[in-house]
Ligand binder design. Sequence first.
Ligand SMILES: [Zn+2]
Length: 246
Amino acid sequence: MSRQHFIEMLDAYAEEGRMVQLWLRDDDAIEPTPALSQLLGLSKRWDAPLTIAAIPVHATTALAELLQELPLISVAVHGWDHMNHAPASEKKQELGLHRGEAAVLARLAEGLERITTLFGDRAVPLLVPPWNRIAQPLLGHLPSLGYEALSVFGPERVETPIRLVNTHVDVIDWRGTRGGRAMEVLYAEAAARLDAGTGRKTSLGILTHHLVHDDAVWAFLDDFFELTARQPACRWVPVRELMSGA
Ligand SMILES: [Zn+2]
């Protein structure tokens, strides 16, 4: 039972004085919806910071007004318009080199500016590439555009010119049902992340997409927040803490 295994790993972390820095990144927000309210309700109920990756060109002032009232919420930059520029033979990508480097960098600068203008104090200079993909040659330019960190999916690679704040467990079965993945599978992946941690602190990022959540996803999130709230090794941290490497 991987859920039980995850709990045992958290107990071991606590005994060793180690900490799990939990964070949740939710992608594709553009406007207030009932599903977004349900997600934000989890933040409120469990006093947990959440990060909303909003699509700059489509994000509405109504979304900004909603999130400006919520100090636990951070808003990251989800590309510019979430359009695919890769040919059909490649995986979908907005931030590839298909349009040339300069065109993409101009959009990324605009994206950060728009999110900062719209969301004010809630905005964080964190780039979340659509489909979790960005061309390697662009990475070195991100700091000069004002970005302090990048968030994709999977283990953090050792050598990047910008700090990585990744997510590690994706609740959606994109290649199969496009619904929520089984709870036991999600806990197995969470446990594997803890198992791979070597330092005093290990980050564990949950990736969600509120617009496509089914009952299975909400059930997992309810369970995960309740479980981690009781675990002394767990702390839900604001993404700024991970971005600064604290
Ligand atoms: Zn997206």
